[in-house]
Design a protein around this ligand. Sequence first.
Ligand SMILES: *[C@@H]1O[C@H](CO)[C@@H](O)[C@H](O)[C@H]1NC(C)=O
Ligand SMILES: *[C@@H]1O[C@H](CO)[C@@H](O)[C@H](O)[C@H]1NC(C)=O
Ligand SMILES: *[C@@H]1O[C@H](CO)[C@@H](O)[C@H](O)[C@H]1NC(C)=O
Ligand SMILES: *[C@@H]1O[C@H](CO)[C@@H](O)[C@H](O)[C@H]1NC(C)=O
Ligand SMILES: *[C@@H]1O[C@H](CO)[C@@H](O)[C@H](O)[C@H]1NC(C)=O
Length: 483
Amino acid sequence: MLNSLTLFMILFLNFSSAMKNYTEIINIVDELLTKQNIPSEVTAYLCWSKVLKANLFKRLSASNILTKIIATDDIVDLFPSEYQIYLVDLDCEGSNEILKKAQRKKLFSRPFRWVFCGNIEQPLFNDLYFGVDSRIFFIDNAGSEYHIKMPYKREKNSKKFTVNDLAEWNSLQGFTRFDEFAAARNRTDLFGMNINISCVYTDSDTLNHLEDYRNIHIDPLTKLSWILVHHLMSILNASATVIFRNTWGYRDSNTSLFSGMIGDLQTGEAELGGTASFFTIDRIDVVEFYASSAPTYMKFIFRAPPLSYVTNVFTLPFHTYVWYCSFLLLVLIFFAIYVIVKWEWKDVVFREKLERMHDGSISPLRPTFFSVLLMEIGAITQQGTDSEPKSNAGRIATIFTFIALMFMYTSYSANIVALLQSTTESIRTLEDLLNYRISLGVQDIVYAHHYFEVRIQLSIDSYPNQTPGLKWLNTQDLGKLWR
Ligand SMILES: *[C@@H]1O[C@H](CO)[C@@H](O)[C@H](O)[C@H]1NC(C)=O
Ligand SMILES: *[C@@H]1O[C@H](CO)[C@@H](O)[C@H](O)[C@H]1NC(C)=O
Ligand SMILES: *[C@@H]1O[C@H](CO)[C@@H](O)[C@H](O)[C@H]1NC(C)=O
Ligand SMILES: *[C@@H]1O[C@H](CO)[C@@H](O)[C@H](O)[C@H]1NC(C)=O
Ligand SMILES: *[C@@H]1O[C@H](CO)[C@@H](O)[C@H](O)[C@H]1NC(C)=O
């Protein structure tokens, strides 16, 4: 491994200053591009003779590679960028300008590819930055053999290049060695380089439990990401300086600078966000999102309120028509008993009999409105009555009254007990929720503030005059809700 990583400075002095054999260089470029097996579009900056340019053109066209030869030092980023290959002869005049422009436009980074031949001016070369993700191929003529080398820098400000020696080529056999190359395998050893990582926590106790799997319901994202990032650092052989923030960060509308973790990434204070964050539109401009590392959801915990909260439970036990019928029944009973009692006191024989019995225990019912009403109320409230009709018809009516009202009373009581304990099922949609004006408790975490105050407000705006009460709850309060 270390053998392939030599310092480019040393290698560079070994560049031969012999005259280039252009035919061979054209062959190498062609074979190199063919070997990569990616659709390619070559933009060449060459000061070669017309014959050589035509040869290059012919050769690449034969391999189905689109070629453009440009005489000026104008450099443009073309599309699709992953197909673009810039071919530069460094011995040509003006090549330094091209390199400087490319550096300014950040064209040395992925997914652009560059092929260089010839010698480069040493001081300029040291100032160039080919990042770890760059794919820069130097065709280096070492005697009769050519080497293809891929220099890169681990850090932007460093002057040191590290080199992957990709291939060897000679004019007789073509490639005698062509190594596999993948940045993920060949450039991941950062030799203890420091990487600033910005992490977010919302609960200060989280810092004590980053690795011990405790309280995983508090700041789960922070704890999960922390472990992932640490694995990443050990894979990269890098060391991390961690910056802790208590918010992911939102844009200040005046300065367009973000706060928190995103702010660190924006200013370059940190290079890696150590805590997964939500994908929001305003962040896309500022940071680059990689694969999502943890599924995250925000959920409503909806406890249906008791039925008595939303409706009048006292009318619920009976259907509306049952209520109507019950009242009708009471009226009928009243009239039936009234008629019977009226007859009892009108009939001469029976009246004498009644008066004879009057010294007995239960007094006979008198044919007045209030006496009959009082008897009926006694039956409705299940209290009984102290006077009742004495005729057979009156007794039958009394028995039926008491039995009918007893059943009604029992079923009403049984129903209302069940109803008092049940919860409503009438809240099913967000609209219902808004209409019932139930106050809302929200876990007090920074992103909930964003989503409730900014995002949800937008949907609530379509229902004017409805502002549900928001209450911010900490984790303990939220736990109480569950119970
Ligand atoms: C360049 O190399 C080719 C073989 O690849 C050879 O035939 C030719 O003579 C060489 N030209 C020069 C100028 O050395
Ligand atoms: C990349 O790494 C693989 C496996 O470690 C190795 O075989 C290959 O030679 C390396 N390629 C280069 C260009 O160093
Ligand atoms: C990791 O980096 C250190 C320098 O900090 C270096 O000595 C060591 O060889 C590296 N480990 C590997 C496996 O390359
Ligand atoms: C932005 O500027 C306006 C006036 O220019 C000021 O009222 C407001 O407080 C500023 N907002 C922030 C977040 O600084
Ligand atoms: C990393 O953070 C330190 C201070 O914490 C700072 O001095 C340094 O410039 C940062 N590194 C980068 C690459 O921003």
